[in-house]
Design a protein around this ligand. Structure first.
Ligand SMILES: Cc1ncc(COP(=O)(O)O)c(C=O)c1O
Length: 390
């Protein structure tokens, strides 16, 4: 993937975050996290183009945190559904646009790319802003376009992709009015260094102990549901000095290769991909004559989202966590009690994220493969609804 990657610059020995960000038209701003940047953009749009009752059109399958930031910015969220292959419906989005719409928000969920050019044509002709959410993608491209280069602005979550406690970047590809971040404080470096050290030690110990889990590192202490309606006071912060320095240490090409390798390990190891269906696979992978999958150039996964058989997701998650592999389930709080969102209703109950980040070693990847292969042998073939036993 490296040959095609750097498009406007000379090939460099290491693709640091700075090198990567320099490829975008727009200027980068470094925030405490991506949500802070999102809040700032909403405030900026409203300040420069005031609407009586501003709204933002966004997917209903999102973390509660983003919903809260929209409410805190004084916007009404107008939700569109997300299909079970994590794609968008242009007609549905178009029908939601009205004279109070400030922006459309679109997400490349878990790194699965969406072609945003047709949506950009719609937002451009409506004269509204397209916010591209790349919180789950970095150093990735799709159909020869860098992900993050289509939106009028783009959010990156460096903390999520580079596994830090803090960090988000805003790229402003189009700036119809002068933009100035609203932060007046920074995240504290001591705080992020403490969490950085803690997570590295935890992962080293887990790898050293072969995920035997004596300290319950892979157990999820809560049920994953987050209340979106809690009042949220936003204090927009600038990225701390430690993360700003550290962000440029990882080689993003290596990070991408590593995530792709781990992803392929799972994709080619899990036997029953009908029962554990990799979501959106047609947009990033091909099956070769050898029956092995290859990944499209430019695809950089955040995790591997799969659709589990109905009624089994929580059992599978628990089995994996018990075996020592921490895995999450997207956003079970979505669609926030709202009715009529068929896709999100399925995703909230059945989506499972298999981890492919750089702390995963082959031992842990094999735990996932073995676990899913033994579970799929137990899928109740007659009903395909639950596992007979785990
Ligand atoms: C799809 C998506 N967008 C945006 C965000 C916000 O990122 P951050 O946690 O850096 O604020 C998240 C965080 O979970 C996310 O999952």
């Amino acid at each position: 993937m490296k040959e095609n990657f750097i498009k406007r610059e000379e090939k460099v020995s290491k693709t640091s975050l700075n090198h990567y960000l320099r490829q975008f038209e727009g200027r980068p701003y470094y925030y405490g996290n991506a949500s802070h940047a999102f809040f700032d953009i909403m405030e900026w749009l409203q300040k420069n183009r005031p609407k009586k009752k501003p709204n933002i059109i966004m997917p209903v399958y999102i973390p509660a945190k983003l919903y809260r930031f929209v409410l805190a910015a004084g916007y009404e969220p107008k939700f569109y559904d997300v299909s079970t292959d994590l794609n968008i419906d242009l007609k549905e989005i178009s029908s939601l646009i009205d004279d109070q719409t400030q922006a459309v928000f679109a997400v490349h969920f878990f790194g699965v790319p969406v072609d945003l050019q047709p949506l950009k044509n719609i937002t451009e002709s409506a004269g509204i802003y397209l916010i591209e959410d790349c919180a789950h993608s970095m150093n990735a491209y799709y159909k020869d376009r860098l992900l993050g280069s289509t939106g009028d602005c783009t959010l990156f979550s460096t903390r999520k992709m580079l596994q830090l406690h803090c960090g988000g970047v805003l790229i402003l590809n189009s700036e119809p009015w002068d933009f100035k971040p609203s932060w007046n404080e920074r995240v504290r470096s001591l705080f992020t260094m403490y969490h950085f050290a803690g997570s590295r030690v935890k992962n080293k110990v887990n790898n050293f102990l072969k995920a035997t889990n004596p300290f319950k590192l892979s157990e999820i202490p809560y049920d994953g549901y987050i209340d979106f309606s809690e009042e949220h006071v936003v204090r927009v912060k600038k990225m701390d000095f430690f993360s700003s320095w550290y962000n440029n240490i990882p080689d993003l090409d290596k990070m991408a290769d590593n995530r792709r390798e781990n992803f392929l390990h799972l994709l080619n190891g899990i036997n029953n991909l009908d029962s554990f269906h990799p979501i959106g696979i047609e947009r990033y992978a091909k099956k070769e004559k050898t029956n092995q999958y290859t990944l499209d150039t430019g695809f950089v996964p955040f995790s591997m989202p799969i659709l589990t058989p109905p009624g089994t997701r929580n059992q599978v998650q628990q089995a994996l966590c018990k075996a020592g592999v921490l895995c999450f389930v997207g956003w079970p709080e979505a669609p926030f009690g709202l009715k009529g969102f068929k896709g999100a209703d399925v995703l909230k109950d059945r989506l499972l994220e298999l981890p492919v980040h750089s702390f995963m070693d082959s031992h842990q990847l094999n735990i996932i493969v073995d676990c899913l292969n033994s579970l799929s042998a137990n899928v109740n073939e007659s009903r395909k609804e639950s596992f007979v036993s785990i």
